[in-house]
Design a protein around this ligand. Structure first.
Ligand SMILES: Cc1ncc(COP(=O)(O)O)c(C=O)c1O
Length: 428
């Protein structure tokens, strides 16, 4: 860690906290972050030449693994025709068409540069369309760092104890109602205020670890939204093209009015998108009065990386293979945990998974808060020491790419068992 430690010291001098996104600082797991020199397939190599099996994959974006040759070839081909035009290009149209094909709920879509932009724009559009102000979100869900969402937010906001960020005005906070996940009664109560423009939800949450929304809960949300002229937004920035090709909405049988996408969609380049019903989307400028724009939005490079990624994950057996691999990993983790009667369990969907430091069912943010953080930290540190990189926070989900092999998974399970035997049993 000599070179990484040196770089981190320098980084702290020039970058707040030494990082460009808080969770990277490793402070909640009592470690110094390593600095990446190279990422290939399922592996990361740091500046001190330590190699890690990566179960984060740039927070879900790298579904094919890092530096996929097909993506690199496509980006290299395209880059010779320009990097950004600030004017329309063919690939924007192709990618929009592909998204609408994969997501039947999306009739029209607009490209942006991050998940945060997608969610911010989606709620502005919902407000403009309904002429109402308030947003309902759920405790522990993370929708990026827009002011309206930093109210009881998950992900890094939870890790660093700032689920309600400083700098969010009282007026902004007043217009966001944050409710317990999977609790329809609370939603029924909240919508009595009549001024609700939209309900935004991660249909499978990945920012308070991995938690499924109950299908009946989602169906009831749909009905309540229909009855009360409320826009239902599925934030699938993380789950889109990740838990299944068509996202969580293809699994739960509920059609949202608007969907936000990102991560996998950009093939590793900075991309987000929001789309949905034509009658809502057509309220965006230049057609309608809801303003939204972006200098780099829809740039040819990012569109090409996205198109190539979607082409690869659309191959008939792609998701079946990825899901099977993740299920194999999770079943092994559960089996070994049971063998040692450890208070640990795991779950997965597609290429996304959660490991919980409890055996109790987890259905909301409070359930995750009540899991054993000391065990998580000990697990994280032990795995890292043995070349396995899990998210440095118990509020994050994990990700498997199509590059991970059975050998990587078996090694990870072996080290997990060693941790149980050598450490877990002695501290519990
Ligand atoms: C569900 C969800 N929405 C929105 C975002 C924000 O995306 P970005 O970090 O690209 O701004 C994230 C990021 O993790 C996310 O998981």
């Amino acid at each position: 860690m000599k070179n990484s430690t040196k770089l981190f010291k320098q980084a702290k001098k020039y970058i707040p906290g030494g990082v460009n996104s808080p969770v990277r600082a490793f402070s909640s797991v009592g470690k110094t972050p390593f600095f990446i020199k190279e990422a290939k397939g399922q592996y990361l190599t740091d500046e001190d030449n330590n190699k890690y099996i990566d179960f984060i994959g740039s927070w879900g974006a790298q579904i094919l693994g890092h530096s996929d040759k097909r993506i690199i070839k496509e980006i290299t081909r395209i880059i010779h025709s320009g990097i950004t035009y600030g004017a329309p290009c063919k690939n924007e149209v192709m990618l929009a068409k592909e998204i609408t094909k994969i997501y039947p709920s999306i009739e029209k879509v607009r490209m942006v540069n991050s998940g945060t932009e997608a969610t911010m724009s989606a709620i502005r559009l919902a407000r403009g369309f309904t002429k109402k102000d308030k947003v309902i979100k759920f405790n522990g869900c993370y929708h990026g760092h827009g002011d309206s969402f930093l109210i009881k937010a998950g992900s890094g906001a939870s890790t660093f104890g700032t689920p309600n960020s400083l700098g969010v005005t009282k007026a902004n906070a007043k217009d966001t109602i944050s409710l317990p996940y999977n609790d329809i009664k609370q939603v029924q109560k909240a919508i009595k205020s009549k001024n609700i423009a939209c309900i935004i939800i991660e249909p499978i949450a990945g920012n308070m670890n991995f938690i499924r929304a109950n299908k009946i809960f989602l169906k009831k949300l749909r009905i309540l939204c229909n009855q009360n002229n409320i826009i239902l937004i599925f934030d699938e920035v993380m789950t889109g093209f990740r838990v299944a090709k068509g996202g969580a909405q293809s699994l739960c049988g509920v059609k949202p009015d608007l969907t936000t996408l990102g991560k996998v969609l950009g093939g590793g380049l900075p991309v987000g998108a929001f789309g949905g019903r034509k009658d809502i989307m057509d309220n965006l400028a230049p057609l309608g009065g809801v303003y939204q724009a972006g200098t780099l939005s829809g740039n040819p490079l990012a569109m090409a990386a996205g198109l190539k990624t979607l082409e690869i994950i659309s191959k008939p057996k792609y998701f079946k293979g990825l899901s099977k691999k993740t299920e194999y990993f999770i079943s092994k983790i559960n089996k070994v945990a049971q063998k040692y009667q450890a208070d640990i369990s795991a779950d997965s969907q597609g290429g996304m998974f959660g490991i919980y430091f409890t055996k109790r069912e987890v259905t909301n943010y409070n359930d995750i808060l009540n899991t054993n953080e000391n065990n998580f930290i000990s697990f994280f540190q032990y795995m890292l020491k043995n070349g396995i990189f899990f998210a440095p926070s118990m509020f994050e989900a994990g990700f498997i790419s199509s590059s991970h092999t059975k050998k990587d998974i078996d090694y990870t399970v072996k080290i997990f068992e060693k941790w149980l035997k050598e450490i877990y049993l002695s501290i519990n």
